[in-house]
Design a protein around this ligand. Structure first.
Ligand code: NAD
Ligand code: UGA
Length: 470
């Protein structure tokens, strides 16, 4: 079947950019992205492209070309489902915060709601595409729900996990290492796979499009994220040993990364990985392994998360220790709040847990991030404190220990220490000599991303602590 009308449920960091690119590359296909969140849809429809809900380099240009032509953002979910011949499910699948599997399993309630809504609305056959990251075997659950109405409509479920990284989403979508499509190996299953292959073939070569059975596709997504995160935890584990032995973690990473079997990517030691997916997906993998009675496998992957938590704690502790064992009433400036550069996304950002540690020790945290607002920073902290059962009164008093700026120089004025939490390029080009003049002495810099020029800063007079350097 030639796809003419696509609907995507979920207009978030995945649904928005992926559908914008599909619409751009396939002008003859009508693409409608729907969401229950009215404010988000309104933001996608903003005239002023700076107000799109997702910041991604290149995204505004894509939206501006396709929107209104064959790309539409709407809250009319039922109408879009009814009209579509292919429906992507790109809703959130966060870690469960309640009940069975709390803190480990993926919460599939949003996905299940989508399936029920599709089953209720659909009057003709449809291809359903899992775009959200899901535990292996979810397609079976979806199929059962979709078929439960017994109204004779045929649903073919495909798995098509998304591998884009935030900050480079458009580049990743334009030139994907691969797209992965899993489907049933039946005649109808193969035809559905071909329909989706034809969509991507508008701009990707056959070599870039992999097809597998459904279960391999679902499991490959969790596996890819687990392998990527494992490399970061591996190099971060070694960063602690480097600090104890005067080895330099960047030199070690370079030395091992030039071995073509290891490769150079994802070996950048840091304050710890963040983002909405690595932790969530590994916890989900660990939960699945325990469910299938594979405790050794579960424990193996869980260590990636344990190490990441250790790295964030270690960074916060090193700030406290260096500042003479107390940060009480001291001004510590965070450069960066987003979980990586070139995004406004702060989910699971290392900055949040480092701030939590330091605030508990009495510090005042002064934050500057080029893309993150004061409201977002405070909302992030409030969320984790509520999750950890901190009383409302205590939350209100802790929130007073956070100040957010739109001007970096003001954020650093009269600070006791600066901590780099995100690797934004602009931090490298600041006038560090002036910053030094305006700080309390000794003036400390904790570079959680190893992006600053240490010899220059040291020459100015800063006490610089990097990750994984003796
Ligand atoms: P997100 O929270 O940014 O967006 C999800 C959207 O779905 C929200 O706007 C929400 O309102 C909407 N939604 C929820 N239930 C709905 C329903 N029943 N109908 C319509 N809309 C509904 O999440 P995201 O970052 O885009 O991630 C979505 C999925 O993609 C997750 O499973 C995630 O693991 C996966 N993923 C994310 C990334 C990434 O870079 N963020 C990359 C690859 C895969
Ligand atoms: C990651 C994967 O890279 C994507 O392929 C995947 O689609 C996505 O998760 C997902 O499933 O959501 P993302 O989290 O957007 O993408 O960004 P990454 O570039 O992977 O960075 C994740 C975190 O690891 C960031 O905090 C980053 O700063 C950190 N990181 C990354 C390091 O500390 N060191 C590195 O060498 C690389």
């Amino acid at each position: 079947m030639k796809v003419k009308n696509i609907c995507c449920l979920g207009a978030g960091y995945v649904g928005g950019p992926t559908m914008s690119v599909i619409a751009l590359k396939c002008p003859e296909i009508k693409v409608t992205v729907v969401d229950l969140n009215e404010a988000r849809i309104a933001a996608w429809n903003e005239e002023d492209l700076d107000k799109l809900p997702v910041y991604e380099p290149g995204l505004a240009e894509v939206v501006s070309e396709a929107r209104g032509r064959n790309l539409f953002f709407s809250t009319e979910v039922d109408a879009a489902i009814d009209a579509a011949d292919m429906i992507f499910i790109a809703v959130n699948t966060p870690t469960k915060t309640y009940g069975e599997g709390k803190g480990m399993a993926a919460d599939l309630k949003f996905v299940e709601l989508c399936a029920r809504q599709i089953a209720r609305i659909a009057k003709n056959d449809k291809i359903i595409v899992e775009k959200s990251t899901l535990p292996v075997r979810t397609a079976q659950t979806l199929q059962t729900i979709l078929d439960s109405t017994g109204n004779g409509v045929h649903f073919e479920v495909l798995s098509n996990p998304e591998f884009l990284a935030e900050g480079t989403a458009i580049e990743d979508l334009f030139n994907a290492d691969r797209v992965l499509i899993g489907g049933k190996q039946t005649e109808k299953g193969k035809a559905a796979i071909q329909s989706l292959v034809d969509v991507y073939a508008h701009w990707l070569s056959p070599k870039q499009i992999l097809t597998t059975n459904v279960w391999s596709s679902e499991l490959s997504k969790l596996t890819a994220n687990a392998f990527l995160a494992q490399r970061i935890s591996s190099i971060n584990a070694l960063s602690a040993l480097c600090e104890a032995t005067e080895a330099d973690v960047d030199e070690v990473a370079n030395a091992i990364g030039t071995d073509s079997r290891i490769g150079p990517k994802f070996l950048k030691s840091s304050v710890g990985f963040g983002g909405s997916c690595f932790q969530k997906d590994i916890l989900n993998l660990v939960y699945l392994c325990r469910h299938f009675n594979l405790p050794e496998v579960a424990n193996y992957w869980e260590q990636v998360i344990i190490l990441n938590d250790y790295q964030k704690r270690r960074f916060a502790k090193s700030i406290i220790t260096s500042l003479f064992n107390t940060v009480s009433d001291k001004k510590i400036t965070f450069l960066g709040w987003a979980f990586k550069k070139d995004t406004n996304d702060t989910r699971e950002s290392a900055a949040i847990s480092v701030a939590d540690h330091l605030i508990e020790d009495g510090a005042e945290i002064h934050v500057y991030d080029p893309k993150v607002s004061e409201a977002k920073v405070k909302q992030d902290m409030q969320y984790i404190w509520e999750l950890n059962g901190v009383s409302e009164a205590r939350i209100q008093s802790k929130l007073k220990q956070i100040v957010v700026y739109t001007n970096p120089m003001e954020a650093m004025h009269q600070a006791h220490a600066i901590a780099v939490l995100t690797e934004w390029d602009e931090f490298k080009t600041y006038d560090w000599a002036t910053i030094y003049t305006n700080m309390y002495k000794p003036a400390f810099v904790f570079d959680g991303r190893n992006i600053l020029d240490v010899p220059t800063l040291t020459k100015i007079g800063f006490e610089v602590k990097s990750i994984g350097k003796g």
